[in-house]
Design a protein around this ligand. Structure first.
Ligand SMILES: Cc1cc2nc3c(=O)[nH]c(=O)nc-3n(C[C@H](O)[C@H](O)[C@H](O)COP(=O)(O)OP(=O)(O)OC[C@H]3O[C@@H](n4cnc5c(N)ncnc54)[C@H](O)[C@@H]3O)c2cc1C
Ligand code: FES
Length: 351
């Protein structure tokens, strides 16, 4: 099972009016465990007002910088992001889980990459962009949407990279609340914009890999638009920051809803047993209500932190944006999305 470690905050830096970046002091003995690939995220755990909060944040640093830094955008009404932006100071201790995630790539010598980011979606993208520019001769196009110039996170760093890698990095800022000289760069990044950029900013035939990160709706619209311009779906990777805006997909009907289900759960070598109701709660929430200590973060079927192996029984998975088909075939489930279908369920977090 994945574990967390108490880590000291080294620096809190104001990036824009409503975004801070936070660097962590990873102790020498944990550096290997905390090794990461560009584009990966870490899970932070913090108890605020008696509530234990688990949140994922993408690393905006690159492994080449020997730094562990995340950027947290203030979300209206958001508990953790408000605390991080308004209260958090260097010296604070947070519980961190080692880096994880599939929004990354094995950098090869010379490729052509397209990045599309909106708002805080720039965080994993800038990590990848820095690593790719430093470690290869590849070319990168970044299309980055923000509300206005003062809200562009990492503006100076991006301009610095452009200065250094003039021939290999093309930057296009798209602003939705500040008029731009060119109509093409004014508005939100949408399917229409992608169609308009096709041929002017990128050539679908020349792209080797595409990375998209931002609000859910933008990701799916953009991805579909790219596919219709001829970009193969197989070269497109995206990172969701949550599934709040997405409807729950229709699933099969579960029979005997409300009937008792006996759950046996193994985590960290210990086995616990509890009862839950069929077809109602997910296994993770039911286990947490029974005081189990389990790893989780997004609770939205994205981060895979709650992954476990289903040893016995059957479940319906509501959402899955993280598990690969091979993992599903091998019996893995996302417990935050797994609704029991059978009277007995056995899951193992240690496999
Ligand atoms: C893999 C991954 C990587 C992430 N990386 C980053 C990152 O680099 N930077 C960053 O700022 N955030 C990132 N997030 C999002 C982050 O984990 C939190 O969800 C976000 O900061 C909100 O937490 P909160 O406690 O402030 O809001 P909460 O108190 O959890 O939510 C407040 C309200 O906002 C809604 N809400 C929560 N999150 C979102 C969202 N993303 N979009 C729309 N509505 C939402 C909730 O439904 C609720 O109504 C990432 C998430 C994932 C899964
Ligand atoms: S907690 Fe993120 S997928 Fe379940």
């Amino acid at each position: 099972m994945q574990h967390s470690y108490p880590i000291k905050v080294k620096e809190v830096r104001q990036e824009t009016q409503d975004c801070v970046s936070i660097a962590f002091d990873i102790p020498a003995e944990l550096k290997e465990l905390f090794d990461y690939k560009p584009g990966q995220y870490i899970n932070l755990i913090k108890t605020l007002d008696g509530q234990e909060l688990h949140r994922s944040y993408s690393l905006c640093s690159s492994p080449d910088e020997s730094e562990w830094r995340v950027a947290i955008k203030l979300l209206n009404g958001g508990i953790f992001s408000t605390w991080a932006n308004k209260v958090l100071k260097s010296g604070e201790i947070l519980d961190l889980m080692p880096p994880n995630g599939k929004f990354t790539t094995d950098i090869s010598p010379s490729k052509s990459y397209l990045f599309i980011a909106v708002g805080s979606g720039i965080t994993p993208c800038i990590s990848l962009i820095k690593s790719i520019l430093l470690e290869s001769d590849s070319r990168i196009i970044l299309i980055y949407g923000s509300k206005s110039i003062d809200q562009i996170i990492f503006l100076e760093e991006l301009l610095g990279l452009k200065n250094k890698y003039m021939e290999r990095l093309a930057l296009y800022f798209v602003l939705s609340r500040e008029s731009m000289e060119e109509e093409l760069f004014y508005g939100r990044i949408s399917a229409e914009k992608i169609t308009a950029f096709n041929g002017k900013i990128f050539d679908p035939k020349l792209l080797d890999e595409v990375f998209i990160c931002g609000p859910e709706e933008m990701i799916f619209q953009t991805k579909d638009a790219l596919v219709s311009t001829g970009v193969p779906e197989t070269i497109i990777k995206f990172e969701l920051f949550g599934t709040h805006g997405l409807p729950i997909p229709k699933t099969e009907v579960i029979e005997g809803v409300g009937e008792k289900v006996k759950v046996q759960l193994k985590a960290d070598g210990r086995t616990i047993q509890f009862d839950m109701s069929k077809g109602m709660d997910n296994i993770l929430d039911a286990a947490l209500k029974n005081n189990a200590r389990l790893p989780y973060a997004c609770k939205g079927g994205v981060c895979c932190t709650c992954k476990a192996k289903l040893i016995k029984g059957e479940v319906v998975l509501l959402r899955n944006y993280g598990l690969e088909p091979e993992e599903i075939d091998a019996g893995y489930i996302l417990t935050c999305q797994a609704i029991p279908k059978t009277d007995t369920i056995q899951v193992d977090f240690d496999q």
